[in-house]
Write a protein that binds this ligand. Structure first.
Ligand code: NAD
Length: 253
């Protein structure tokens, strides 16, 4: 039996990248995975691929900035098997702008997706988790939630905010069986990282520069973030609540 056998897990921002890897890792552990993204074609592609591998996955559209969309996706997920056991708030965007050049619209958009989106999702699944008296919520923070990098102000603030949303959820609902933890990945090769590296210089040179900053001599692999999400989602770690894990190759060790 898998470590998530029979559990229903909803992952946001799962059309590609870390979200898709988390879906695969959870499904391989026996979860029924609801693959969601504002990019519905991408989400359907992820779900189709998993289903072709004999795993249990479905897709639905979900824009975490839109309350009606949140409600509809959560309802569809709950109706699938009558429960929601896990939520991974993975959807996120990165806007490259420093403190002075960032526009108000950019600030609001990043907060709306990265931070408020996670809160909207958390608020929507809690009543369903309370019906069974159990649940695990995983928020995708970042190394950027701990340390400032040039030109990442709105991202850094949103990811730091997610760490305290994680603690607040853990404190408010731990007694009722709902745990909440966060993952703080370092540089892991996805479209988001590629676009960031390309915006700062030559991709190969910037990749090497990035690798040079950690202690394992390579970038992170999406499946390593998937494995970390499974860890937090699993009942085996029922005493892990309000915590976070750096998955950064020892960059800040
Ligand atoms: P990505 O850009 O490849 O994927 C992000 C996904 O989120 C996309 O599929 C996108 O369509 C979706 N999305 C964007 N806005 C959305 C919205 N409003 N509603 C629903 N979905 C939306 O990024 P990734 O590298 O896979 O990153 C996933 C998460 O991990 C993000 O929160 C990111 O900040 C975090 N993270 C990534 C790294 C890294 O090195 N890749 C490091 C630290 C943290």
């Amino acid at each position: 039996r898998g470590r998530l056998e029979g559990k229903v897990v909803l992952v946001t921002g799962a059309a590609r990248g870390l979200g898709a890897a988390i879906c695969r890792a959870a499904a391989q552990e026996g979860a029924h995975v609801m693959v969601t993204d504002v990019d519905v074609a991408g989400a359907e592609g992820t779900a189709r691929q998993l289903a072709a591998e004999g795993l249990s996955a479905r897709a639905t559209v979900l824009d975490v900035t839109d309350q009606d969309s949140v409600d509809a996706a959560v309802r569809a997920t709950a109706e699938w098997h009558g429960r929601i056991d896990g939520l991974v708030n993975n959807a996120g965007i990165l806007v490259e702008a420093d403190v002075a050049s960032l526009t108000e619209e950019q600030w609001d958009l990043v907060m709306d997706v990265n931070l408020k989106g996670a809160w909207r999702m958390t608020k929507a699944v809690i009543p369903i988790m309370l019906e069974r008296g159990s649940g695990s919520i995983v928020n995708m923070s970042s190394l950027g939630g701990h340390f400032a990098r040039p030109g990442h102000v709105s991202y850094a603030v949103s990811k730091a905010g997610l760490l305290n949303l994680t603690r607040a959820t853990a404190v408010d609902f731990g007694r009722q069986g709902i745990r909440c933890n966060a993952i703080c990945p370092g540089s892991t090769m996805t479209d988001m990282l590629r676009q960031h590296l390309e915006s700062t210089g030559d991709l190969a040179a910037m990749t090497e520069d990035n690798i040079g900053r950690n202690r394992v001599g390579r970038l992170g692999r999406p499946e390593e973030i998937g494995a970390t999400a499974v860890f937090f989602l699993s009942d085996e770690v029922g005493y892990v609540n309000g915590s976070y894990l750096l998955v950064d190759g020892g960059r800040h060790a």
